[in-house]
Design a protein around this ligand. Sequence first.
Ligand SMILES: [Zn+2]
Length: 238
Amino acid sequence: MGANVIGPWPSVQLVSPCSYYLLVLLRLRPTLDSPPLFAETCRMAARPSPPAERCFGTGDPLMERYHDLEWGVPMHNDTGLFEHLALEGFQSGLSWSVVLRKRETFRAAFAQWDARRIARFGERDIARLLADPGIVRNRRKIEATITNAKALVALWKSGGTLDVLLWSHAPAQARPGRLRTWADVPTETAESRALAQDLKARGFVFVGPVTMYALMQACGLVDCHFENCPVRATKARS
Ligand SMILES: [Zn+2]
């Protein structure tokens, strides 16, 4: 071995596979008292791989908890769905973390998202809300929430529920393809456009197809966790 070495590595044709392997081993482990390659390989296999990244929120405990425990979990409760509908509207133009930090003060300001009570909000309530630093103080968004509460009460009166209405637009396939990064996640789909149209026809406002797709993601009508997201790995094991 070694006689026909050309350059730093031997030509495969000139050295038998066994000699080649030995040469690689010696190159990697030049001293005789080095641990055997097998032990080294075992140690490397036992080393934990770096933790997979969440789809979002890593490093922010509130966002991490939201991502891990709520985002994408199927929701069928009208009060919870209405809260999400309202918060998605308030989020428009802001980051979700801003809205999430204000969630509890939003709940207090909007009667724990009791649509029947919000539907009765008048000018005095709007003035109160506009003066509340605990929420997003935007008149159009506040008025839209009151309008949506009225639309939801009307839906209930007609025998419907937000749960049935929203889930009637859930796609047959919860996963919109292979998702590795946000670039793979659609911003709107045919189903979110149909949902937006349906809600608008029933008097809801601030319900565009992009906002509705965000709602579908949050409330589990679609599953947009990335392939390597730890939450997805946990789901796959359970
Ligand atoms: Zn995820």
